[in-house]
Design a protein around this ligand. Sequence first.
Ligand code: SF4
Ligand code: SF4
Length: 101
Amino acid sequence: MALMITDECINCDVCEPECPNDAIYMGAEIYEIDPRKCTECVGHFDEPQCVQICPVACIPVSPDHIETRETLWQKFERLTSAKAAEAPRAGDAPVAPTALG
Ligand code: SF4
Ligand code: SF4
């Protein structure tokens, strides 16, 4: 299930950097979660990291995005392969100069 942020959010900024899927972003007034990217942390952690860290407990499951664990795994795999495709190839990495004796 994707999670959502309710209007009790106090914009404390702590959840955004914790999301392994970059699903949390600043919306018009409060932080929001992109349901296409939220896997409820499946594939990364045992517990949703944003829920763990939120000081006002304003991140429930979104009733509009009920998903099975299997679906969340598929989403995780899709996001991971998309990320891998974006990553620079090993040959593109800058090469450290070799020390000459
Ligand atoms: S549950 Fe995990 S993946 Fe979903 S928004 Fe929170 S930190 Fe990100
Ligand atoms: S941790 Fe909770 S209160 Fe803080 S920005 Fe995220 S959703 Fe809002």
